[in-house]
Ligand binder design. Structure first.
Ligand SMILES: [Zn+2]
Ligand SMILES: [Zn+2]
Length: 82
């Protein structure tokens, strides 16, 4: 997590995450989405721009890495049901 010290009104406070403008993990462009892939302890939360995001469900967006994982998972599902 990104943490940095800020001086607010003469008090030093540590601010973690969220302050820096999020950038797409693929291209560094401004990110508008975060990966919703479930990982241990929460969601992936990688930042992705509109160009690299893939929406796979209502309010479900995936980073490029997890788009691959999702495709694999889909393939597995269809193998099992076939
Ligand atoms: Zn991008
Ligand atoms: Zn992800």
């Amino acid at each position: 997590m990104n943490c940095e010290w800020m001086n607010i009104g003469g008090t030093n406070v540590m601010i973690c995450g969220g302050r820096k403008k999020p950038r797409c993990v693929s291209c560094g462009r401004k990110s508008e989405y975060q990966c919703d892939w479930k990982v241990a302890g929460g969601t992936c939360d990688k930042h992705i721009c509109w160009k690299h995001v893939e929406q796979v469900g209502e309010d479900k967006h995936l980073c490029p890495g997890h788009q691959q994982a999702y495709k694999k998972w889909l393939a597995q599902q269809s193998e099992q049901t076939a």
